[in-house]
Design a protein around this ligand. Sequence first.
Ligand SMILES: Cc1cc2nc3c(=O)[nH]c(=O)nc-3n(C[C@H](O)[C@H](O)[C@H](O)COP(=O)(O)OP(=O)(O)OC[C@H]3O[C@@H](n4cnc5c(N)ncnc54)[C@H](O)[C@@H]3O)c2cc1C
Length: 414
Amino acid sequence: MKIAIVGAGIVGAAAAALLSRQGHQVVLIEAEEPARHASFANGAHLSEGDAETWLSPVKLAKIAARNMLPAPPIRVRLSLDAQLPRFLWLVCRHAAKRPSDLLPRMARRNAQILSAMNAPAHLYHRQSSGILQIFRSRAAMRRATKRRQTAKRIPLSPKECAEIAPGLQVKTLIGGVLFPEDATGDAHLFANYLVRMAEENGAEILTRRAAQKLAVKNGTVRAVITEGGAIEAERIVLALGEKTAGFAWKNLKIRIPIAPAAGYSATLPVRQEAPAPEVGITDPEKRIVISRLDDQIRVAGLVDIGRQARLPDPKRLRQLLRFLHAYAPDAVDFNKPRFWRGFRPMSPDGLPLLGRLPGFSNLFINAGHGHLGWTLALVSADLLSQSLKLTGDQDEDGLPLKALAPDRFGALGS
Ligand SMILES: Cc1cc2nc3c(=O)[nH]c(=O)nc-3n(C[C@H](O)[C@H](O)[C@H](O)COP(=O)(O)OP(=O)(O)OC[C@H]3O[C@@H](n4cnc5c(N)ncnc54)[C@H](O)[C@@H]3O)c2cc1C
């Protein structure tokens, strides 16, 4: 089958690699170079342990209470744009409908697919020593240890945290939880590895070729129109990350509920003479993560939704550096940060939108992975391949494709 995939972030790249390996004739269409957007300098966590949604009515109430504080982890600024209130309304309406164990199950399957690929660890600076969640309050730690028990977890004292993460300052911590099966790795490097793999499988990789529109006739997409000409295919997959909603609105006049949520990172060189943590670290209350990527450490996180999210905010970058300084003051050279900002493609219920778009016989979407695109890209590619066959609404291993259907929030009209 000839399949055109629009967008070569980690999600589109994973789909191209998997589908071409299955013998499909794949064309991957990318406006720039692979993985230069949300998949570029993200938090690098492959985290089954943190595979849960950030948005729900209860969490929105908490966000609202902290919204005007100087440095809240998640900040929502309403604008005149009607789409954000609609998005928040969908968060409230759909939170309870989401199968609560689906994200961890998907993350687990992703880890299995990744492990079966046997990709050399050095290619993407993989660290497999687990991810450590750190806590400054007993209540937060209690909540975390009480949550679903799908992932293996080991509660640790502050002293034990310092033992597994040399260089970590633990004075303000009351403890941590280690997810020993989780890992970290560079999503940008891995996406490029997937693109090379797809190319070796015979896929055609078109970079610097923005998809401009879709040629549609009688509910069937005949071709993707790019600057360099029309690309015809039997199946078309939209994997444009946070740009998916704008593309669908402009070309098809359908509203896909994906909202951009800005986040930041700083990558700094490790100081060779001082100990630096190798294990991934997450502070779930502050929404900040730390990853070791070869001879560098990355600190990433914070969430800005709505008005001003498009404007870079130097205060957010300083917030990340302050965090890293508090927890690993000697580990890196603070004079040489490389700053980055990206947009997570958030869906209202935290699950990706994956499957055929109603009203079109051959148009599919694989987007909306929010803060977990790196953790879910491979399993999403696997589920997409089931979905492209148009055979049913449950995949072979029982993951419910229906729960990911793009129209689960209602009709996709204007
Ligand atoms: C600060 C931050 C930290 C994060 N940390 C983590 C983490 O630790 N773990 C994790 O799992 N996830 C993390 N994420 C989330 C993760 O990075 C995203 O979910 C993921 O990168 C989304 O991938 P994507 O391929 O859908 O989108 P993108 O990576 O944005 O890719 C979309 C691609 O589509 C292309 N495109 C757009 N328009 C067109 C067009 N018209 N024609 C052709 N191509 C087009 C773009 O150029 C881009 O390459 C983080 C995100 C941020 C911002």
